[in-house]
Design a protein around this ligand. Structure first.
Ligand code: ADP
Ligand code: NI
Length: 215
């Protein structure tokens, strides 16, 4: 007897298999949290195409395993290619494939693509929210740990250090990207949540600075 999986469940299985063994910063748990964030935002946008948002949230990091440890190979570009292949194979309607692919392609902060539809904006914000708050702190430390990074450094040291190096720290990531995310959010509810989460992170790093201050 064959199991009749829904379209969405078939995509979910493909993504889950691709992300098996991924590091804790970008694993299947991250994708699940992004899907939950997307649901939260969808409630505020009843006119958005929920199917496209759900699929793009699910597929947004499908290209991640192909990104090299030092950031070479853009996972959003690779993810867009894979999304097109997967959804074409599953015979999704071409117009919806196009919208889903575009949302996956534009979900990154660190590139020059811009989310060009409401659906792509929701996916972008859902992903960025998972870089913030307590989860965001944990993920930044997990990521930095992969490169043998230090626990912490001063603002001056952090701003002079290179990403993907032993001098990299979670604090550097916070200073160069995470604290700026409220200004980069694409939806109003996303921005509101981002502001609240960054306030908590600032409190955390203020305390880390105080606890590690010399003298
Ligand atoms: P984006 O282009 O959206 O910034 P990335 O894949 O570069 O996407 O980063 C995704 C997440 O991975 C970041 O939000 C952060 O949690 C973590 N991360 C990436 N680079 C670093 C780094 N150098 N130090 C700490 N965390 C990082
Ligand atoms: Ni991503």
């Amino acid at each position: 007897m064959t199991t009749d999986l829904s379209f969405f469940d078939r995509v979910r299985r493909i993504v889950q298999a691709r992300l098996a063994g991924a590091d804790g910063c970008h694993d299947w748990d991250h994708t699940e949290r992004v899907c939950r964030n997307a649901e939260l935002l969808l409630r505020e946008f009843p006119d958005a195409d929920a199917e496209v948002v759900r699929l793009a949230a699910l597929l947004h990091d499908v290209g991640r395993p192909d990104e090299k440890a030092d950031g070479r190979v853009c996972h959003a570009r690779r993810g867009a290619e894979l999304t097109e292949e997967i959804l074409t194979e599953l015979r999704m309607e071409p117009g919806k494939i196009k919208k889903t692919v575009a949302a996956v392609r534009t979900h990154r902060y660190r590139d020059d693509t811009v989310p060009a539809s409401l659906e792509a904006e929701i996916v972008y914000d859902a992903d960025k929210l998972d870089s913030l708050g307590a989860v965001g702190i944990g993920r930044a430390f997990l990521f930095a740990g992969k490169f043998g990074a230090r626990l912490h450094n001063t603002e001056k040291e952090a701003l002079e250090s290179a990403a993907y190096s032993p001098e990299d720290t979670a604090y550097r990531e916070y200073l160069v990207k995470l604290r700026k995310l409220p200004g980069a959010m694409r939806t109003l509810p996303g921005k509101r949540l981002a502001c609240e989460r960054v306030r908590f992170m600032q409190e955390f790093f203020d305390r880390l600075n105080a606890e590690t201050a010399a003298g």
